[in-house]
Design a protein around this ligand. Structure first.
Ligand code: NDP
Length: 234
């Protein structure tokens, strides 16, 4: 059954791979972007997830074009790495405001329509770093760990209404976000990953589409690693 799907930050990187995977299986797919536009086969809405009014307007536009959002993928995120002693409060709160509060904003806006439909899927893109930790990533790790609390609390609040909320925790995926990392850091990561390689964005997308499908209807409040074994036990 075709669903209406909204992927935040679905204009590039992992979000784009997720959006394209849904489109490929015949779903109606909308993506947010912050001015770059969206690929032609996807419905693009301009939205900065740090702005509640923009989130509301984006959902309204998607509802008008494709119908109520049935599958929400909260994927948009940023890093702003630096060691704790050097991290400004602004650097901390900006990352939290995007990665964690941004996810809260979209989840809240999606809820009424999912409740009415008595069906919904929320998928939060976290990171292995959320539970594993990462030097220089206090802000990022806190925001990504926070998504676990969000998904599990949504599961307890809305689980009886056929709404699931899950977390996908990717390891290292080659995108613009990781392109900025120095080579020695990449080599260091590679040594620690049992799979011996980085993930493709499609490997994350496959888990997200599975979570949104009917066969995953009894999976909720889960944290699903897609990290080649990097975070095992965390
Ligand atoms: P990219 O840097 O390639 O893309 C980030 C996306 O988030 C862009 O679409 C960007 O939009 C959007 N975005 C950022 N800030 C905002 C905002 N305030 N409002 C709306 N959209 C925003 O990242 P990735 O594709 O690598 O990462 C996607 C998600 O996966 C992130 O949550 C990231 O933390 C997570 N992740 C990534 C990993 C990796 O190795 N790459 C590993 C684990 C998790 P715009 O184009 O307008 O800037």
């Amino acid at each position: 059954m075709a669903r209406t799907v909204l992927v935040t930050g679905g204009n590039r990187g992992i979000g784009l791979a997720i959006a394209q995977a849904f489109a490929k299986q015949g779903d109606r797919v909308a993506v947010t972007h912050r001015g770059s536009g969206a690929p032609a086969d996807l419905f693009g809405v301009q939205c900065d997830i740090t702005d509640s009014a923009a989130v509301d307007a984006a959902f309204t536009a998607v509802e008008a074009e494709l119908g109520p959002v049935e599958v929400l993928v909260a994927n948009a995120g940023i890093t702003d790495d630096t060691l704790l002693m050097r991290m400004s409060e602004e650097q901390f709160t900006r990352v939290l405001d995007t990665n964690l509060t941004g996810a809260f904003r979209v989840a809240k806006r999606a809820t009424a329509k999912m409740l009415r439909a008595r069906w919904g899927r929320m998928i939060f893109i976290s990171s292995v770093v959320g539970l594993y930790g990462g030097p220089g990533q206090i802000n990022y790790a806190a925001s990504k760990a926070g998504l676990v609390g969000v998904a599990r609390s949504i599961t307890r609040e809305l689980g009886s209404r056929n709404i699931t909320a899950n977390v996908v925790a990717p390891g290292f995926v080659e995108t613009d976000m990781t392109a900025v990392l120095p080579d020695d850091k990449k080599t260091e990561y590679l040594k620690a990953i049992p799979a011996g390689r980085f993930a493709t964005a499609d490997e994350v997308a496959g888990v997200v589409t599975w979570l949104a499908g009917d066969s995953a209807g009894y999976v909720s409040g889960a944290v699903i690693p897609v990290d080649g074994g990097l975070g095992m036990g965390h």
